[in-house]
Structure formats: structure tokens, C-alpha cells
Design a protein. Structure first.
Length: 365
């Protein structure tokens, strides 16, 4: 397994470490639901250095990525960030990612477990384009500060950027803990106000320590992957391998905001298949709430009027909503908010209700 440059910090903080996407990562430092509540009420610090970071340069970089990605890269202005996917010709996702266009590059952040697959896919389709693909995963650490107190904390360590004016899904360059020209983005995977810092690997531990020191008065603490999963579920954000995978497309997952069918984008891998799915969808992703004793879990059946009609994609207890929540795929004509349903848990039924996604969001405030 690989270790991030912050591995020693996780050990120092007493984290429980597990394998995730080929990396040894902290799943929790304390009770997971308490970590969720800390992020919702104060702030949390996340090591995201296992995520893949890829830099694409060359004169054809935009045309090349518009051939591979679902979103319209040519329309994204420098300093803005957009969600997109790599899809196969059948429209099914290889991965979902964030796209950061700049004046001389396009920077991509991809999922840890899919980084090697993504790079192979990109190189497979590189022929005929004047582009250079650079894997920067080992060069840059990725640290996130998330929660309602994140701006006050981040302002202590970031200089040269007015964070109050940095919009949601925007990025800029500033000095972080004395390190110049650091990419700072107002993004996150929690539904909270938050920022992500891309710092040189050799400075990661120092930045981590200084953020914790700056945030002490705001009750910041390191947060593990367990809480991050519940936070992203509350925020209605997809996780590859759950809401999207090789059999669950972005249209029926409710991710059409990351897919462009604009004529000027031209053809791209998966376009015709996703156009056909959009014209005749057969299922859709919905939210599920249940006050029963068991949280929904991936693979549990979902029943309406006694018949199993779909399956849970993700589920968790939600301390923010004081109930159990989940996402589920059901036939497209079902799933209206308020519809009564049941979760089939190993042959036992538990009452549930369909609801709109997301369950929670504070990102745009």
C-alpha cells in the first residue's frame, strides 16, 4: 500500500488506518458520527493526498479533453472548476472528476482508486493530439478544510487571496504557510463551506500542523474517510462504485449538470449512448429516509407496494438529520418525494420514504 506524505500525522493522532484505493488512509480518529457533527458545526481537516492529480498541457489540451470528458471544457473559464466524467462508448463511467482550466494547462482531480485506469485511458486516446499528460499525484499533497468555520481558519494560513470573494467552484493562487503560488480552491465533498489546498509534498506536514494550530480556537480536528462518506451522502454527492460505476450512467444518476450535449462541443466518447439514455431513461436515483433501527446499505432491496423495485446505492446514519439516509435506484416512474417505500434488509422490511436530493447543502452560502 501507498502512504500519503501525512501518514505520520495520522499515526500521531491515533487514526484507525485502512486500505482505500491502494492507499493506507485514516478511516476515523474517533467516533465517526461525532466527526460528522464536528464538520457540520465547526471544522474538519482532511488528507486527500490519495486523490489523483493530473496536469494536461500542449496546444490541443482543450480539444483533447473535450473528446474525452462529458463536460464542455472549452466553455470553462480560467479560474473556474467543473464536474465531469470519463465515459466509455456505452456511456458508462470510468470515473468522475473535477476540471480546473487555466491559461496554459488543464488540471484534473480524479478518484484514488481509478487514477491508474484514468491515466491509461487518457494515454490510449492521446494519439493525434499535441498534449503532455503529467501525473502530479506524488508531487502535490491535497489538504481540505471543511465546515462553517473553514474560512476563518483558512484565512490564517492563506495570503494573497480574498477568500470571502472566492466563489463556489472557483480557484486562485496564493501564498500558503509562506509557500508561494499554491492553488487554493473553494471546493469540497461535504456540502459545507470549505477549501482545498494543493501544496508541495515536502511541505504537507508543516501545512497540516499550521492549519490545526490556526483552527484550534474553532475546534478543528482531523477527520477520516468514514465521516467523509457520510458527509458526502448528506450532501447528495456521488461516490464512484456506489451511485456511478460501470453499470450506472450519469444521466440516470442525476448528474446531467456535468454532461454537455451542446452542438459546438462536437462528438465525444459516450455522447451518442448518453443521448439515447436521456431520451428513454428507465431508472433514476432518489433519496431515501428511514427512522427504523437499520441504516440502508449498498445492495439492500427497495420495495414499493410490497414489490422490490430497486436497490440501495449508499446509506448511513445521519447525525445532521437525526435519521438514517440513503440513495437508491428505482424505476423512473417511481421515487417521487413523499412516496412510501420499504428497505428490504435480508428478508425483513423496514419502512422508508423517498425524498429529494441533496439531504443537506451549505456550499453556496
Amino acid at each position: 500500500m501507498k502512504n500519503t506524505p501525512l501518514h505520520s500525522r495520522h499515526v500521531r493522532h491515533g487514526a484507525r488506518l485502512v486500505e482505500f484505493g491502494g492507499w493506507e488512509m485514516p478511516v476515523q480518529y474517533g467516533p465517526i458520527l461525532e466527526e460528522v457533527t464536528r464538520v457540520r458545526t465547526h471544522a474538519g481537516l482532511f488528507d486527500l493526498s490519495h486523490m489523483g492529480r493530473v496536469r494536461v498541457t500542449g496546444k490541443d489540451r482543450v480539444a483533447y479533453l473535450d473528446r474525452l470528458l462529458t463536460n464542455h471544457v472549452a466553455k470553462i473559464t480560467a479560474g473556474s472548476i467543473r464536474y465531469a466524467l470519463f465515459c466509455r462508448a456505452d456511456g458508462m463511467p470510468i470515473d468522475d472528476l473535477l476540471v480546473y482550466p487555466d491559461t496554459d494547462e488543464v488540471f484534473l482531480v480524479v478518484n484514488a482508486s481509478n487514477t491508474d485506469v484514468d491515466l491509461a485511458w487518457m494515454r490510449e486516446h492521446q494519439k493525434g493530439f499535441d498534449v503532455v499528460i503529467q501525473d502530479q499525484t506524488d508531487e502535490l499533497a491535497m489538504i481540505a478544510v471543511q465546515g462553517p468555520k473553514s474560512r476563518e481558519i483558512t484565512e490564517h494560513v492563506v495570503k494573497g487571496i480574498d477568500l470571502a470573494k472566492l466563489g463556489y467552484y472557483k480557484f486562485a493562487y496564493g501564498t500558503v504557510c509562506g509557500i508561494p503560488n499554491v492553488r487554493v480552491s473553494r471546493t469540497g465533498y461535504t456540502g459545507e463551506l470549505g477549501y482545498e489546498l494543493y501544496v508541495p509534498t515536502n511541505a504537507a506536514s508543516r501545512v497540516w500542523d499550521e492549519v490545526l494550530t490556526a483552527g484550534a480556537m474553532h475546534d478543528i480536528a482531523p477527520i477520516g474517510l468514514g465521516a467523509r462518506d457520510t458527509l458526502r451522502l448528506e450532501a447528495g454527492m456521488p461516490l464512484y462504485g456506489h451511485e456511478i460505476d460501470a453499470t450506472h450512467d450519469p444521466i440516470q444518476a442525476g448528474l446531467e449538470f456535468g454532461v454537455s450535449f451542446a452542438p459546438e462541443k462536437g462528438d465525444w466518447i459516450g455522447r451518442s449512448a448518453l443521448e439515447a439514455i436521456r431520451a428513454r431513461p428507465v431508472r433514476r436515483l432518489v433519496g431515501v429516509k428511514t427512522d427504523g433501527p437499520r441504516a440502508p446499505r449498498q445492495g439492500y432491496g427497495v420495495a414499493v407496494s410490497g414489490a422490490v423495485v430497486g436497490a440501495v446505492a449508499s446509506g448511513s446514519p445521519s447525525p445532521t438529520l437525526s435519521t438514517n439516509i440513503g440513495t437508491a435506484y428505482v424505476p423512473v416512474h417511481l421515487g417521487e418525494p413523499g412516496t412510501a417505500a420499504e428497505i428490504d434488509i435480508k428478508g425483513k422490511r423496514q419502512a422508508a420514504t423517498f425524498c429529494a436530493l441533496p439531504f443537506f447543502s451549505r456550499t453556496r452560502k
